[in-house]
Design a protein around this ligand. Structure first.
Ligand SMILES: *Cc1c(COP(=O)(O)O)cnc(C)c1O
Length: 404
């Protein structure tokens, strides 16, 4: 059992009032709040060991390099990657997807297929569309049912020897659906396709084991899992990272440069051109330590309790519809009130100190499929409480009275 009050005390921002009301932060799927250990680790880095990494022989540079590489190893262990050089620091999930989509053109010809799903974030749509435009490949979309679940029989029918890569999210940011990714990975491999998992919504909530999953790529963002913005991880299997060309050219990613020819550095540096977000990378390790000190299994169990409580309480409101009703969901509730625009609800609940997201959540195709302009999305983290959900219900009822 988690001591939620003790956990809340780790997050300085949660003691604030917003618009004169205690802050209720339910926009965790957009970005999580940061515990004090993470905030302090950033200033500690700049106060004590700030230097550029992998270059200097001087002591601070050594210390910064060591801290950066220790963080990489921590994250390797956290996701159970086989090698630390399979763990690339990125600026976030978007960067990781673009890195692979950019280099993957090398393995694609006209008529090949890249497969995504109906419930992807724009970040996991647009880079693959760009790849298709460059190569003449076709984008194929796994359909969803009216609960917001992927239709797995259709997925299996769409697979063929033309399928070169399948990229799906582990968990949908707009609906909360948890996809059966182990099954999807195995089926993709059975036709010889590579498989990329967008784990942006999974890494904050579940323990991830990339070797057990056997995925070729897995990407996530630091800022959604208590880490700093501008940080992220791309895991890639050694054989794929060796095959893929570098994404950006510059310092740090080279072995030898002459004007005639450049040879590239070994993994992971081949994909880490330029001075990275050193403080961010180090502190992402601090965030991972923090999450592990609470335990992802505990987090998952408690967030599920919040999901069930919130679902039940919100459904008691007449005229409220939940969008995304899979039996396998993380703590995301997307909903609408009959005849009321989501934006108006968001504005009124904000006046009551409650932060929810309104709009299409970077998933316009999902909204189009449900024929809605957007939703109101409440996404819970392990530092949220049932009392806060009660406050949301009160605020939604008030919005309904005012706008209805
Ligand atoms: C947030 C999110 C992204 C994009 O992450 P960035 O941190 O903005 O790069 C991609 N996919 C999903 C499912 C997300 O939730």
């Amino acid at each position: 059992m988690l001591d939620i009050q003790a956990i809340r005390a780790d997050f300085p921002i949660l003691t604030q009032t917003v618009n004169g009301k205690p802050l209720v932060y339910f926009d965790n799927a957009a970005t999580s709040q940061k515990p004090k250990v993470v905030i302090d680790a950033i200033s500690n880095y700049y106060n004590t060991i700030n230097a550029n990494i992998h270059r200097g022989v001087h002591t601070l540079s050594q210390l910064a390099t060591d801290a950066y590489e220790i963080s990489r190893q921590k994250i390797q262990k956290h996701i159970n990657a086989k090698h630390s050089f399979e763990v690339l620091f990125t600026s976030g999930t978007t960067h990781g997807i673009n890195l692979v989509a950019s280099g993957f053109g090398q393995f694609i010809k006209a008529g090949d297929e890249i497969m995504i799903s109906a419930i992807e974030h724009h970040s996991n749509i647009v880079p693959w569309q760009m790849l298709c435009e460059r190569t003449g490949a076709n984008l194929v979309v796994i359909p969803m049912n009216d609960k917001g679940e992927l239709i797995i029989e259709e997925f299996e029918k769409l697979l063929s020897e033309r399928t070169k890569l399948v990229s799906v999210n582990h968990i949908s940011n707009a609906l909360g659906t948890i996809n059966p990714i182990k099954h999807i990975i195995d089926k993709a491999h059975a036709v010889g396709a590579a498989i990329f998992i967008d784990g942006a919504q999974a890494a904050p909530h579940l323990a991830i084991d990339v070797q057990a999953l056997d995925c070729d790529f897995y990407a996530f963002s630091g800022h959604k899992m208590c880490g700093p913005t501008g940080t992220g991880i791309l895991y890639g299997k050694e054989e794929w990272l060796n095959k893929l060309p570098p994404y950006q050219g510059g310092g740090e990613m080279i072995k030898e440069v002459t004007f005639a020819k450049t040879t590239y550095a070994d993994l992971p540096h081949k994909f880490e051109a330029g001075t990275p977000n050193i403080a961010g990378g180090i502190v992402l390790g601090t965030a991972v330590d923090y999450l592990n000190s609470i335990g992802l299994d505990n987090i998952q169990a408690y967030e599920h309790e919040l999901l069930e409580y919130g679902t039940q309480k919100l459904l008691e409101i007449e005229g409220l519809t939940i969008v995304g009703t899979s039996a396998h969901k993380t703590s995301v509730i997307s909903f609408n009130l009959d005849g009321i625009h989501p934006y108006d609800v968001g504005t009124i609940v904000d006046k009551m100190g409650i932060a929810v997201r309104t709009g299409h959540h970077c998933t316009q195709p999902i909204m189009d499929a449900f024929c809605i302009p957007g939703t109101i999305r409440a996404s819970f983290a392990f530092y949220n409480t049932k009392e806060e959900i009660d406050a949301l219900v009160t605020a939604v009822l008030k919005a309904q009275r005012m706008l209805g």
